[in-house]
Design a protein around this ligand. Structure first.
Ligand code: FES
Length: 910
């Protein structure tokens, strides 16, 4: 049916179903994919457009409702939208960029109504649009700039001056224009659609009836795929020795949400066929829910090779922990719990696969292109070289897109049907089937002497890794190293287990278990301070690990151990905030203000294992300079940061470069975008590639190391003091692709394997931070509002301070969610109205202080910040709640009813 739509000032006759959502019609019928769909339920606001000048969620508007109305999308030529685009770019307000079009349209609506908005007005104006990356800080700054009439412009960097410059994201223009292509934004026109049918039971066996009859009855279906159709191995997994998760369940399921079959066909056919109409006979078995159930003596084993359901044990021991406790004048201990946490990236998993002869190509959102290549090759049963992964823009990952999800399904479907096959997970499907943060159950004990010096720390932690291994071993091994916190502790014993249950697999999520462990450790430090009559900041400063100190693994930190500087940087704020809060609280009343402090450390890179990165820069006879960068940018900014590093190493400005990101046919393996490793590990590889190409150019020009380069078309000028030489690139011998010069760099961080007691060098470097949180607690309602956070982070060197600050802002937002709001309940949490993440209005004032204690091993002194940004926030908030109320919360999230109950208990005891 043809409907008349007025979009961006033009009239369109569009063949669309009247009840199809406007968002779907804009994207699928009109190709206006700048409007994103994150939830299809009006929760996330990614689909926000203007209708008659007012913001609406276009996923909630039927196409018929929009007929005849003036619709404005991100693709519009619109003066306010243009200014917002520029401001978002200059401020670094777009990280992954999936929320950016909706955010800009919401801001345009606001500025159309209110030319002089307050911060509160801006928060309200964009309150319907969720951002999981930025913490909203730079978004609000950008909108305020436009309201003020400021012309925001990010600086350009001269050759050799990119490192440290606040240049705009190299991939930012497409993000603010809405032209960046995410997983759902492109597919061949003839692509079939795939929909996975998933188990409604946590533990069950099943048989299929006559699927051929189903297919015959539905001509739009091209295939119904089951486990029997997988051409290669029906299994995948992160670790080479643990390929335990099936692509399609082989007659039994281990968690609710596991895929049992895949419908492939026209969109109408796969979406129109209800699960209940499929002949699947289920036999439901008792499920193990929670780590206690998984560990129960005699509990059935989820995997035959793991009879006790303990996937992995992690362990660290140094000194004599019992003797250490005996040395203490004060000892604190406690039990702590955290739940599943959902990544809630705004982009659900999406992409398409295409068979090209004997090769398969997968174009999809991911954090780990080469790992996807390995897994797809495995399930298809072909060599890795027969698989090409082309990463799309990634609309947030945070660890959740480190596991394959859609890739094996669409690859198998495209391989078998010979047609391109696309899939877009619904929000519900994404939440039901993909990995989460590990729930934890931790016991910990800490001791300190009369001076407040820590004498011993001890913890045991059980982490619910769910039905499949995913990153469970990584969590179990990373936590013992970090659990003691960034402190000097002579006697330590930390033990962890990753435990299988019939729950959604837990995997990687910003911190790999360290945020959970930090909640326990930092809370006990507050206990010790209280017992010893010491200030909470002071006890941390006394014990802060410093240059030359030993970590519990026996590693000596010779450089870049900036926790003392971080603590010193927040001291004045902490003192002033504590004094103000205590003066206010002295007046009494229902509202209490509290200040908390917490520290963190985080090893950059994979734990005690090789995790190399390799980069390449090429120069063609035509003067095209290309950075071939295999590191997937999930919004954190690696495309820009690595370019800044490579550009300065080479000696040409970033604007001279073209770049290719992540395409496995064109780039080398840079490793996964995880573990806060890309700036440090791939940064070193990028620097080496730049230096390699520079050395070749200088040799060709017979120039000294200080020579300056200039690229102008095919003329490459090498100026060495008074002397100068012009290299005409067109005259150099080229390879078959036109390349005349190339530089390569490879880097693998120096680590050692940990011994049975966890001793060794697990990481080449660590990030450090101290954060101070201010909260306001309503003692009657049990509600908590975080009003201010001061965060000092030692990042070694901020390659791009704007992007570095953005990482800290976003990490704080996720830490706030972990502390106060977010808990995923398997089987119950299905959408972003069940699962609440911080909105703009939930965010406090944030002051970021970047500490640069240079890392000699890092590129220009840099190390990672992605995960460090989050770790200290939740414990700092718990510390602040305790300061406000006296209540020690040892379980997160601190939901209002839980705090209210704790307040009642405390009052009754007084
Ligand atoms: Fe907002 Fe990623 S930049 S969700």
């Amino acid at each position: 049916m043809a409907l008349t739509l007025h979009v961006n000032g033009a009239v369109h006759q569009v063949a669309a179903a009247p009840f199809a959502s406007l968002a779907d019609t804009l994207r699928e019928r009109m190709g206006l994919t700048g409007t994103k769909i994150g939830c299809d339920a009006g929760d996330c606001g990614a689909c926000t457009v203007l209708m008659e000048g007012e913001q609406v969620c276009s996923c909630l508007i039927s196409t018929a409702q929009a007929e005849g109305k003036a619709i404005t999308t991100i693709e519009a030529q619109h003066p306010v939208v243009d200014r917002l685009r520029a401001a978002f770019l200059a401020h670094g307000a777009a990280q992954c960029g999936i929320c950016t079009p909706g955010m800009i349209m919401a801001a345009a609506d606001l500025l159309g109504r209110n030319q002089n908005p307050s911060r509160r007005d801006i928060e309200d104006g964009i309150g319907g649009v969720l951002c999981r990356c930025t913490g909203y800080v730079k978004i609000i700054e950008a909108i305020a700039d436009v309201a003020r009439g400021t012309n925001s412009l990010a600086p350009l960097a001269e050759a050799g001056a990119a490192v440290g410059a606040r240049i705009a994201r190299a991939d930012g223009v497409a993000k603010v224009a809405g032209t960046d292509k995410f997983g759902a934004d492109s597919a061949p026109a003839d692509a079939l659609w795939l929909r996975a049918v998933r188990s409604p039971h946590a533990h069950a066996r099943f048989t299929f009836g006559d699927l051929e009859a189903v297919k015959s009855a539905h001509p739009g279906l091209a295939a119904i795929l089951t486990a029997a159709d997988i051409p290669g191995a029906n299994s995948f997994g992160i670790f080479p020795t643990i390929k335990d998760q099936p692509v399609l369940a082989p007659g039994f399921v281990r968690y609710r949400g596991e895929a049992v079959l895949a419908l492939v066909g026209t969109r109408e056919a796969v979406e129109g066929l209800a699960d209940a109409a499929l002949p699947i006979a289920w036999t439901v078995d008792a499920a193990l829910i929670g780590v206690e159930a998984g560990l129960t003596e005699g509990a059935p084993a989820l995997h035959a090779n793991i009879p006790d359901n303990v996937l992995t044990r992690g362990y660290l021991e140094t000194g004599d922990v019992e003797a250490g406790h005996r040395l203490g004048a004060a000892t604190a201990e406690g039990h702590f719990r955290t739940g599943f946490v959902e990544h809630a990236y705004i982009e659900p998993e999406a992409g398409y696969a295409l068979r090209v002869g004997d090769r398969i190509e997968v174009t999809a959102c991911t954090q780990a292109a080469v790992m996807d290549q390995e897994e797809v090759a495995r399930v298809i049963g072909v060599p890795m070289a027969s698989v090409r992964i082309v990463p799309t823009a990634c609309g947030g990952g945070f660890g959740g897109k480190l596991d394959v999800s859609i890739q094996p399904l669409i690859a198998v479907a495209a391989w078998l049907t010979g047609k391109p096959v696309r899939v877009i997970y619904s929000r519900t499907e994404s939440m039901a089937s993909t990995t989460k943060r590990h729930p934890s159950k931790i016991w910990a004990k800490a001791s300190a002497d009369t001076q407040g010096r820590f004498t011993a720390y001890e913890m045991t932690g059980d982490f619910n890794t769910g039905a499949y291994a995913s990153w469970g071993p990584t969590v179990a091994n990373r936590v013992p190293v970090h659990a003691t916190g960034p402190y000097k502790v002579p006697h330590v014993k930390n033990a962890t287990r990753a435990v299988h249950t019939h729950e959604v697999p837990a995997g990687a999520f910003r911190g790999f278990g360290v945020p959970q462990a930090a909640i326990a450790g930092e809370t006990l430090i507050d206990d010790l301070a209280e017992q010893l009559g010491l200030d909470r900041w002071a006890i941390r400063r006394i014990n802060a690990i410093d240059h030359g100190d030993r970590t519990p693994t026996g590693q000596v930190l010779h450089a870049s151990a900036g926790l003392p500087q971080c603590l010193d940087a927040v001291k004045a704020d902490y003192d002033a905030m504590v004094a103000a809060a205590e003066a206010e609280n002295a007046k009494g009343g229902r509202i209490a203000r509290g200040i908390g402090v917490a520290c963190m450390w985080y090893g950059c890179g994979n734990t005690s294992m090789s995790n190399p990165s390799r980069m390449r820069i090429t120069l063609t006879a035509g003067g095209k300079l290309t950075f071939l960068n295999g590191a997937v940018d999930i919004g954190q900014g690696s495309t820009t940061v690595l370019l800044q590093i490579a550009a300065d190493a080479l000696g040409l400005p970033t604007t001279d470069f073209d770049f290719v990101i992540g395409d496995t046919d064109r780039t080398y393996d840079a490793g996964k975008t995880s573990a806060s490793r890309q700036t440090f590990v791939s940064g070193n590889a990028s620097k080496l590639a730049g230096l390699d190409l520079r050395a070749k150019i200088l040799a060709l020009a017979n120039a000294g190391p200080q020579a300056k380069l200039k690229l102008d078309g095919t003329r490459l000028t090498v100026a060495d003091g008074e002397a100068g030489r012009v290299i005409d690139l067109a005259t150099l011998e080229a390879d078959e692709t036109g390349i005349v010069l190339a530089g390569e760099g490879q880097y693998d961080p120096p680590t050692t394997v940990l011994d049975a007691k966890g001793q060794g060098i697990p990481y080449a470097t660590y990030g450090f931070a101290a954060q101070v949180a201010e909260v306001v607690v309503d003692r009657v309602l049990g509600t908590v509002k975080v009003t201010r956070i001061v965060a000092a982070h030692d990042v070694g060197r901020a390659i791009n301070p704007t992007l570095t600050e953005g990482q800290v802002h976003g990490g704080i937002a996720q830490g706030l969610g972990l502390a106060l709001m977010e808990e995923y309940l398997p089987g119950r949490t299905e959408n972003l109205h069940d699962y609440l993440i911080p909105t703009a209005g939930d965010m406090p004032d944030i002051v970021v202080k970047l500490i640069e204690d240079p890392e000699p091993e890092g590129p220009f002194g840099a190390k990672g910040v992605g995960e460090p940004a989050l770790v200290a926030t939740a414990p700092a908030i718990l510390s602040a709640i305790r300061h406000a109320t006296g209540v020690r919360m040892r379980e997160v999230p601190v939901l209002p009813h839980k705090l209210w109950e704790a307040l009642q208990v405390r009052e009754a005891a007084e």
